[in-house]
Design a protein around this ligand. Sequence first.
Ligand code: TXE
Length: 489
Amino acid sequence: MQTASPTLPMLQIQNFINGEFVPPAAGRYLDNVEPATGLVYGQIPDSDAADVARAVEAAQAALPGWRALPAEKRGLLLVRIADLIEQNLEQLAQAESRDNGKPVALARVVDIPRAASNFAFFGTGVSHFASETHFQEGVALNYTVRHPLGIVGCISPWNLPLYLFTWKIAPALAAGNCVVAKPSEVTPATAYLLGELCQQAGLPPGVLNIVHGTGPGAGQALVEHPLVKAISFTGGTKTGEHIARTAAPMFKKLSLELGGKNPNLIFADCDLAAAVSTSIQSSFSNQGQICLCGSRIFIERPIYEQFKAAFLARVAGLTVGDPQEAGSKQGALVSEAHLLKVQSYIELARQEGGTLLAGGQRVQLAGRCVGGFFLQPTVFEGLAPDCRTNREEIFGPVVTLTPFDTEAEALDWANGTDYGLSATIWTRDLDRAHRVAHQLHAGVVWINTWLLRDLRTPFGGMKNSGVGREGGLEALRFFTEAQNVCVKL
Ligand code: TXE
């Protein structure tokens, strides 16, 4: 693999264990590639079981002090981290963009602000986490204590690196656990910077430990470690299945946020301009690499042609370019391997009889991005709702348009995959909106909007999209163990 420049020092990041940056025990490193250039620009620890064991040891030493701190005090530390993320927003956004290939403009308004909100939300929210009592008049008083689990593992993917990493870490810490976290080996940079901010915030050593490395290496060791009581994982469905197979016999708590193949249902009575504009976002934000992206767009036949024309006109305006440039609406895909995977689905869609309406080609940029992993936003029509292109998660800038005639047909097709993460409905008919929403097999349903998030709401998928719910009290419940105490009156 070519490197960015033989004269510049590589950005070599380290593990964050016991409040310090330390090299991996075996001294091995992995290359980190910048997706926009295709060049190696840094190295990350290729950690193994020894590094995970060291992190767990640090977490164990820190645990008595951390769980004994009043919730408000723990919360204040988390709010301090949130403030530091905001103060360092620009540096973090630049790092996220370089590491992941996403437009820096997107990282500035979505990824990094949300990472700050995650800490602020759970840092304050934990003070409002009340215990339940069940009072039986004259008989007994039951009250439920929620103890932290102890040491927990958080494993996150590459698509929204700091956003999803902190979405797990913040509630785990707020609830009084110590954490060993592994970010994706594809996008380690902002997790590394988070370690620095935790130092600055005065988070006690060992409370949060960040171990870098591959899934089969560091990730597997974390899932297998007997002192790690729970695993919160976001990533691919196959990986989730593997993690469940490893962790379930050890009776670990598991939260699995997995893939999606989300439908957009566009009814003829909708606000068409809003439906088109938001569908562009839900199709192509972050190059379609968001598990909540809607990749199957079902449109009621009377407005099909009108929707299609307006949608394609907007697709033509999505400039693919250097993620650092303000005018770029589409950055690079995260890696060459992922680009090849997405391209293989474009080929599959062709073989399955799809008509290509837009895109379909790799984009060759000039200058510094000449070797980058860019792809045109791609739109197909004419594919059967049950073909592989319409059932399997592509996780890239590829969507299909399909006309439907009845509500029942649209629902049948929308529910016709193994996934059940999210869905979007566009209609002005309130009765229909609720009726359809309740029949969709999706953990999250948006009506006349997309990706509008309230952190208090339960978040997660049905079917192969996952197990458990994150967000709000659900997350605090996941990271605690309920104990009922019964007092006879
Ligand atoms: O995910 P992986 P990848 C989907 C999407 C994508 C596919 C693969 O379809 O194409 O998953 O992406 C760690 N034990 N999503 O390869 O492999 C790994 O190191 C413990 C959906 O990135 O599942 C990383 O930190 N950990 C998704 C994390 O798991 C293991 C977002 C996710 O990696 C492990 C991203 C193991 N045995 C991809 N193997 C969403 N729903 O948001 C891997 N890991």
